[in-house]
Each structure stands twice: as structure tokens, then as C-alpha cells.
Ligand binder design. Structure first.
Ligand code: HEM
Length: 434
């Protein structure tokens, strides 16, 4: 049965059943649900908020932060980080300032060095995973646990500056915070408490790293050479009076970057490979480009693959004053202050009224139609490192002819009861020694 027919058949008074059906369809077949909503009810009011599914309306919500704020998850994020952070606030004080600071700390110039760093760490992880598998008589390994998660965490240690922090600890703690802040719609108290405690652990680990650096080089925490990593850059930067970042604020920035990055990079490296493997022509073309002279064309395959499975399919915003959405269109909707609005980016990227042949795999699309890194006032401020890390993790795999998802198991990703994929079996590409 079509979703809307089934939904409308449930009495309006039975909000719990309506929400349960919505969540079941969202989880079971989000793309089909969004397709139906875009066609029949593009601005869809439910007991858990208004779902906005068409590209212009998603752009409107995400580009109007004085009306649509991050107030839905902001307080939890700040509780977990134990202080202010840009993705928890809107307006001049924290958001504008800290985002400006982050743009300097995560500059476009990092793209090349971060790509080379990722290549080295990825090659090393692949060597280890294949050798360990063969050593144990296996011809497969776990792409997420043995490759994507450790590579992402090692990049966090070497590039962001989590020096000396155990990579498994980084991954585990960042997952707990991500889960509590962004994927806990009913505010389950256990998930919430676990995320807040994990945030405190990360805060204390980073405080110890900063203390060690300050002790090693009093004053700046630096030894006079070029900045070693992002933390080093933050510790050395002298900002004008009134705009300073003390060590506590630097701590929140660094932990916040990790929360915005670790699970995202791990999942994207896996789902991009999965989406390519599900399309043999696209996979063959990506394999050809992987060893060619045109990295931009290769990368476009990865970002197009992620359009079909983005890490953030929708992001909630709190409407803080009355607003007419999609004014002057047939979708015009008056939203009251206090309404939660879900900007469904996974739907917008398939809006057939804007995006040409949305269901075709087309790496030549304009980047404007790709919202994998968000959109508007809070779009990904880590976009330059993200654009290096995610494609390079997939690139290193495709350079190894046999390391591929198992045939027929393109979608077989095991979430192990969490919101994020935990296991994905791939072939090693060689025979285990007998
Ligand atoms: C690896 C893949 C990545 C993906 C898929 C990704 C995705 C996103 C998305 C979708 C948003 C918007 C969230 C929203 O509107 O609610 C976002 C924001 C953000 N990302 Fe990323 N991100 C990635 C990497 C990174 C990296 C490497 C960093 C930093 C080192 C980072 C830091 C941030 C921060 C701080 C924000 C909030 C910006 C603001 O509030 O103005 N992300 N990211």
C-alpha cells in the first residue's frame, strides 16, 4: 500500500501509530517514501515535525538560520561537548566567530597533504587487513572494523592532532556522542547519558593533549617549525582582543570536529563503495579512473555514489518565529514558532523538478545538487579535508583489483543494532596460504 494511504487510514488521534509507520517506512525504503511525498505532499506535517522534501524548500530552511535554528540538537551537543560550539548555535557570537576560525584552521590548502596522508594510512591498513586475513586462513576482511574506522581515526590523530589517543577509543567515544546528539529522536535517556559521558571523556583526553603541548613549548605549545596539525595551528593562532579562543574553546572546537568527522568518514567510505559495487558500469569506470591522471573525475564518482546514501539524510531545524515556507508556490505553508522542521537533503537531491534524471548515476552533475556535505548556514566547514579523505579511502581500495564487496552482497552491511554500519565483508583479492 502507498505510504500516504496507509498513513491517512490511521486516525489522527493515534499519533504513535502514525509516527511508527513513518519511521518504519523511512528505515525500510526511504527513497520510495520521499518520492511519494515529493509528488503528493512535499511539505508533510506529522506529530514529530514537518518534513520538507523538495530542493528549493530544503534550501530555504537551511539558508534562513534566523528563522530555522539548530535548536533541536544544539543543547544536547553543547552538553556533550561541555561548552559552546558552532553547530549548536546560530547568530553572531559563537556560530559566526567559530565558523570563521574553523575556516582558517581547516583551509583549502590542506587538501593535498591530507590526501597524501590518507593514501599512506589507507595503504598501510589494507596491507595489514589482507595479511592478517591470509595469516588466519581467511579470504575476506571486515572493511569497517579493519579499514574504514581505523584509517579515519588515524587521520584524526595525525591531521587533527589527537596525539597519543587510542584510535579505538576515538572511534567508540565519537560514535556515542554522534548517536546521542543526532540520532536519538525520542531522547532515550540511556543513549543521552552515554553520549554526554563520552563527550566528557573526549574533553578530558584533549585537555591532557593540550596540557602536554603547552608544557613542551611554553607560551604557544609550538616548537617553532610549521604547524604539525590542526590543534597545533589552533594553539599558535593569535586572534584580536575580544575574539580570542582559550584552551577550553579550542578543546570544544577539536572535539566538535571529531564528532563532525569520524563516523561520517567511516560510513561514507563504506557506502560509497557499496553504491559503486551495486552499479557495475559505474564501478568499472571508477576503477579505470582510479589509476588515471584525472582525480577530479574519480572523486565525482564517489560523491555521486554518496548522493544515493548520504550520511545525513535529513537535518532538523527549530522554527523560532512564524514563517511562510515556499511562498507563492502551490506548496506554500505557514509554519508556527516552535515547529520542528526536517530538511530532507536525501530527498532534495532527487527532486525531479530540479535535478535532471535524478535516479541515473551521473558523476557529471553540478555540485549544487549534491548535499552530502550539507547546505547553507551550517554546511560542512570541514569540506576540504572531507573532500580529500573520503574519496582517497575509496581510491586506495579500487587500486587493489581483488579487494571488493562479495558478489551479490552489495547491500549486506551489518549495523549491529546501532545507527551506523559496523561490519561490511569484502574479499581480500588473494588466496589464503594453504
Ligand atoms: C567525512 C565526511 C563528512 C561528511 C559526510 C560531513 C557532513 C556534514 C554535514 C551534512 C553537515 C551539516 C550538518 C547540519 O546541517 O545539521 C556538516 C557540518 C559540519 N561538519 Fe562535516 N562532514 C564531513 C567531514 C567533516 C570534517 C573532516 C570536519 C572537520 C575536521 C567536519 C566538521 C563539521 C562541522 C564543524 C560542521 C558544522 C558547521 C556549522 O555548524 O557551521 N566535517 N558536515
Amino acid at each position: 500500500m502507498d505510504f500516504l494511504a496507509a498513513y491517512d487510514a490511521i486516525p489522527e488521534s493515534d499519533a504513535a501509530r502514525r509516527v511508527a509507520l513513518l519511521r518504519q517506512r523511512m528505515k525500510g525504503d526511504g527513497p520510495a517514501l520521499f518520492r511519494e511525498l515529493r509528488a503528493a505532499r512535499p511539505v508533510f506535517a506529522t506529530p514529530v515535525g514537518v518534513f520538507v522534501t523538495r530542493m528549493p524548500d530544503v534550501v530555504e530552511v537551511l539558508s534562513t538560520p534566523d528563522v530555522f535554528t539548530v535548536g533541536v540538537y544544539g543543547p544536547t551537543l553543547e552538553e556533550a561537548l561541555h561548552g559552546p560550539f558552532m553547530l549548536a548555535r546560530d547568530g553572531a557570537d559563537v556560530h559566526w566567530h567559530d565558523r570563521g576560525h574553523a575556516q582558517l584552521m581547516l583551509p583549502a590548502e590542506d587538501f593535498g597533504p591530507v590526501r597524501r596522508l590518507t593514501a599512506r594510512l589507507a595503504d598501510d591498513a589494507l596491507d595489514r587487513a589482507v595479511a592478517e586475513a591470509h595469516g588466519q586462513g581467511r579470504t575476506t576482511f571486515d572493511y569497517i572494523q579493519e579499514y574504514a574506522a581505523p584509517v579515519a581515526a588515524r587521520v584524526a590523530v595525525e591531521y587533527l592532532g589527537f596525539t597519543g589517543v587510542d584510535e579505538r577509543t576515538l572511534h567508540r567515544l565519537s560514535r556515542r556522542v554522534q548517536w546521542a546528539v543526532f540520532v536519538n529522536p525520542d531522547r532515550d535517556p540511556e543513549v543521552h547519558a552515554s553520549g554526554v559521558a563520552a563527550g566528557k571523556e573526549l574533553h578530558d583526553l584533549v585537555a591532557a593533549v593540550i596540557e602536554r603541548r603547552r608544557a613542551a613549548a611554553p607560551g604557544t605549545g609550538a616548537d617553532g617549525g610549521p604547524p604539525k596539525d590542526v590543534l597545533d595551528r589552533m594553539l599558535r593562532t593569535v586572534l584580536p582582543p575580544g575574539a580570542e579562543m582559550d584552551d577550553e574553546r579550542i578543546n570544544h572546537q577539536l572535539v566538535g570536529y571529531l564528532i563532525g568527522y569520524q563516523q561520517n568518514a567511516t560510513q561514507c567510505a563504506a557506502t560509497a563503495l557499496k553504491e559503486l559495487a551495486a552499479r557495475p558500469d559505474a564501478l568499472a569506470e571508477a576503477e579505470r579512473l582510479a589509476s588515471g591522471p584525472d582525480p577530479a573525475s574519480f572523486d565525482a564518482h564517489v560523491w555521486e555514489a554518496l548522493r544515493f546514501h548520504p550520511f545525513v539524510p535529513s537535518t532538523p531545524r527549530l522554527c523560532v518565529r512564524g514563517h511562510v515556507l515556499a511562498a507563492g508556490t502551490p506548496r506554500e505553508t505557514r509554519l508556527a514558532a516552535g515547529t520542528v522542521v526536517h530538511a530532507c537533503m536525501a530527498s532534495a537531491m532527487f527532486d525531479e523538478t530540479v535535478v535532471e534524471e535524478p535516479y541515473a548515476f551521473r558523476p557529471d552533475r553540478t555540485p549544487v545538487h549534491n548535499m552530502v556535505l550539507g547546505h547553507g548556514a551550517h554546511d560542512c566547514v570541514g569540506r576540504y579535508p572531507a573532500r580529500a579523505i573520503v574519496p582517497e579511502m575509496v581510491h586506495r581500495v579500487l587500486l587493489r583489483p581483488g579487494v571488493r564487496p562479495l558478489p551479490g552482497a552489495d547491500g549486506a552491511m551489518d549495523y549491529a543494532g546501532t545507527p551506523y554500519p559496523q561490519h561490511y565483508t569484502v574479499a581480500t583479492g588473494g588466496a589464503a596460504p594453504s
